[in-house]
Design a protein around this ligand. Structure first.
Ligand SMILES: Cc1cc2nc3c(=O)[nH]c(=O)nc-3n(C[C@H](O)[C@H](O)[C@H](O)COP(=O)(O)O)c2cc1C
Length: 326
């Protein structure tokens, strides 16, 4: 745990888990850019319990992502434990219980943010995770179910009592979903009251804002979610808006190479489209570039397209070496 904490104290921005975005290739890239550790997308413990190959696949990772924390959701202590035990052989560096997901299908059934309504159930799950996995256990929460039940102090006290090493707090309630603003004053209140470290989360869109919030709100680190989509530079203090296409392309191509490695050539092309839109859509070149991108059916051809369309751009990253690596 000490090594994990040392790492965060040196590099306090962390890529927040996001289904569909923070997969292994993107986590790998963000680690390289300065995110201090990796947290997987959340995975259903019911599916793990049933040994669903699809669910287990979500925990595939590259060694360079370490430290890697497996995030899970569930509501039944026995199922959560049995589900998690199915993937412990993959040797994660920690396990995290999701207590913040607001999606109706998850929270409505009592998992994710639904656990904020049943802190005693959450306590049982955490207690068993701590005693039976032997791994550092963390939790990611919201402030409460709604504004009439803001139980973040009670919940974080329970987490501390049960031996959680760090708590991520998204400064909204479940009812808010993603509306309104994250309440960083309440996150600061938690950080002040708790002995264990707190990671603040919500609406951070730049490196400088993250560092400002670290100072102002007394958190140990900052989880960056949507602000990191199409913007891995946020972890290395570079403002995306100041980066030209030429400056962005080497990082984008590295991401695409990781995607090809991980998903294979065909799937990489399909999955990369959404990232490319996020990477480039603010640029004047995007309107012309996108037509040539969306019709590529393999990752390799997409990579070539990016280099051919912008001939000269990749001189900066050594074209020959670049193609050899594809
Ligand atoms: C597309 C998407 C998927 C998400 N998936 C997860 C998830 O799997 N686990 C989790 O704890 N939070 C998940 N979140 C919540 C984020 O980690 C984060 O708490 C939230 O977006 C607020 O932070 P932000 O304002 O920096 O985006 C997701 C958010 C988004 C937008």
């Amino acid at each position: 745990m000490k090594t994990l904490l040392d790492r965060i104290s040196k590099s306090p921005l962390i890529l927040s888990p996001m289904v569909g975005f923070s997969d292994s290739p993107y986590r790998r890239l963000c680690r390289q850019m300065g995110s201090s550790l990796s947290v997987t997308e959340f995975v259903s413990t019911e599916q793990l319990f049933r040994s669903s190959a699809k669910a287990i696949q979500l925990f595939r990772f590259d060694e360079s992502e370490r430290p890697i924390i497996f995030q899970v959701f569930g509501k039944d202590p026995e199922v959560v434990l049995r589900g998690v035990s199915r993937v412990l052989h993959l040797n994660p560096d920690g396990v995290e219980l999701n207590m913040g997901c607001s999606v109706r299908t998850v929270s409505g059934s009592g998992s994710g943010a639904g656990l904020l309504r049943t802190p005693e159930v959450a306590r049982k799950i955490i207690r068993r995770l701590v005693s039976e996995t032997g791994l550092p256990v963390s939790a990611k929460i919201r402030l409460g179910w709604d504004h009439d039940s803001l139980n973040y102090l009670e919940v974080t006290q329970m987490l501390e009592e049960e031996g959680v090493w760090i708590i991520g707090v998204h400064g909204r309630t479940r009812q808010m979903g993603y509306s309104g603003e994250a309440d960083w004053e309440r996150i600061a209140e938690i950080a002040e009251q708790r002995k264990i470290p707190v990671l603040g989360n919500g609406d951070v869109t730049s490196f400088s804002q993250a560092h400002d919030y670290l100072r102002r709100f007394g958190v140990f680190g900052v989880l960056v979610g949507r602000g990191a989509i199409g913007n891995p530079w946020i972890f290395s203090s570079r403002e995306r808006s100041s980066l030209s296409l030429e400056a962005r392309l080497p990082t984008i191509c590295t991401h695409l190479r990781y995607m090809i490695d991980f998903y294979g050539d065909d799937l990489a092309a399909v999955l990369m489209r959404k990232h490319l839109t996020q990477y480039l859509r603010d640029l004047p070149e995007w309107a012309t570039l996108k037509k040539g991108i969306y019709n590529q059916t393999s990752g390799t051809s997409l990579l070539r397209r990016l280099t051919v369309d912008f001939d000269g751009v990749l001189d900066t990253v050594d074209k020959r070496n670049f193609f050899q690596n594809v």
